[in-house]
Write a new protein. Structure first.
Ligand SMILES: C[S@@+](CC[C@H](N)C(=O)[O-])C[C@H]1O[C@@H](n2cnc3c(N)ncnc32)[C@H](O)[C@@H]1O
Length: 193
């Protein structure tokens, strides 16, 4: 199946991607990951520039992305990579300690519910989900949304309270919400059955 339009654009612009600033909240994300151990899946992890920064031990990470060109760059960073759609991750049920998703969820338009189900499926009980997204209730977040729509991207942004509800449906409760200049970070855990 052909990848969604955004992915073709990421394939074309992969070589420039690392020139853009990294997402916010790196310290909070790194602290959360350090405190856990185990396998970290970076969903829509792209070139791995952020994975590299927040997962100190590369052997513990896997960058999952639909774009072959973005992943080629992640592989150059010696990060393990998996080319797959975020809604069909070839990883066994209940085997991942942390799923990280930064600046990517809005690109999963049309499959966002399926992606959240997939995150819940691969996480271990008590496994952690870290979701970082541009916040369209903030000026810079709105500008970003505008910029992506002008490019004709099919991105789908949600205000933080809507993201919280989406996560609560799968994970019971959101443990932490942290607002930044133009992004919001949500932390949730897969409940024990
Ligand atoms: C803005 S980049 C974010 C990359 C990285 N997480 C970061 O923070 O630097 C969005 C990434 O999502 C990927 N992506 C878009 N749609 C996808 C899908 N359906 N499945 C998997 N990856 C997808 C793109 O290829 C791209 O690498």
């Amino acid at each position: 199946m052909a990848p969604p339009g955004d992915v073709e654009t990421f394939d074309r612009f992969a070589r420039f991607y690392d020139l853009f600033p990294v997402p916010t909240h790196p310290k909070a994300i790194r602290r959360a990951i350090d405190g856990r151990g185990g396998l970290v899946v970076d969903l829509g992890g792209g070139t791995g520039k952020y994975t590299n920064r927040v997962v100190p031990d590369r052997a513990r990470a896997a960058v999952v992305d639909a774009s072959r060109e973005m992943l080629r760059r992640a592989a150059r960073r010696r990060l393990p990579t998996i080319q797959a759609g975020a809604d069909r991750v070839p990883i066994r049920d209940g085997t991942v300690d942390t799923v990280l998703c930064t600046e990517a969820f809005h690109h999963f338009a049309g499959i966002q519910d399926a992606v959240l189900d997939e995150v819940a499926r691969i996480l271990k009980p008590d496994g952690m989900f870290l979701l970082e997204e541009p916040d369209p209730t903030r000026l810079l977040g709105r500008l970003m949304r505008w910029g992506e729509h002008v490019q004709g991207w099919d991105s789908r942004f949600h205000p933080p309270d809507v993201l919280v509800k989406m996560l609560e449906e799968r994970f019971g409760k959101v443990l932490k919400t942290k607002s930044g200049l133009f992004t919001v970070l949500l932390v949730a855990e897969r409940p024990r059955l």
